[in-house]
Design a protein around this ligand. Structure first.
Ligand code: SF4
Length: 222
């Protein structure tokens, strides 16, 4: 039961969206999402069923990349109970593990040694009402305990920027974890976002999706 996973894709690529951007990384992309962001670039994870795999099958695939950085992403990976067993096994095998989550579900069962990259959804996504407020406090606690979590805002407009900047300042987010501001492709000009960050003197990290620069035509597997 707890060991079955629906998998959208497995691939080895360059990490493109965190402070680990640029590192080779094995990606485990799980199927299913409880949100429907207006700009979703991975809708195949919730429009298609994916394939059923056990953690054994995933670990077998991963054997080709011993010791590599591993990222579990989606969709929303925490929708699947089997992800907890998978995280345990990946850690036991000596992998550094990243977990991307859309921030709408409780993160309290994620091991401290797994680095969470948590989205805070901006109004332009249409999903800001789904942000789970308690997760910010939880991440602050984890970071005080030595966790290496990160917060990511995906920015689709100047209104999104103002909203994200306000929340970053009000909650003092940059005082305890890396905060990433990432422009939505074809909606927010990266140069304009850079200018806005500098004007406001925010201590956030401008995050360009490295994989989309390297492989602009690829919709999957990067
Ligand atoms: S949370 Fe991620 S996968 Fe889900 S709809 Fe939003 S962008 Fe797409």
């Amino acid at each position: 039961m707890g060991d079955n996973l629906q998998v959208a894709e497995l691939f080895y690529s360059i990490q493109g969206e965190s402070t680990r951007a640029g590192l080779p990384c094995a990606f485990i992309r799980l199927s299913g999402c409880n949100l429907r962001c207006s700009w979703c670039d991975s809708s195949y994870t919730w429009q298609e069923t994916g394939r059923a795999m056990t953690s054994d099958g995933i670990m077998s695939w991963l054997a080709a990349y011993p010791g590599s950085l591993v990222e579990i992403t989606g969709g929303e990976p925490l929708l699947q109970e089997g992800v907890y067993r998978l995280m345990e096994r990946l850690q036991a095998a000596g992998h550094e593990v990243l977990l991307e989550s859309n921030g709408s579900l409780p993160l309290d069962r994620v091991p401290l040694a797994v680095s969470i990259i948590m989205d805070i959804k901006c109004p332009g996504s249409g999903m800001a009402g789904h942000n789970l407020a308690a997760n910010i406090d939880l991440l602050a606690k984890r970071c005080r305990q030595g966790g290496r979590d990160e917060i990511k805002f995906v920015i689709s407009s100047e209104e999104d920027f103002a909203w994200a900047a306000g929340l970053t300042e009000d909650r003092g987010l940059t005082g305890w974890c890396p905060v990433l501001f990432s422009p939505v492709r074809d909606r927010m000009d990266p140069g304009r976002l850079a200018g806005l960050i500098l004007e406001r003197q925010l201590r956030v990290r401008l995050q360009l999706q490295l994989h989309t620069l390297l492989w602009p035509e690829a919709a999957r597997g990067v």
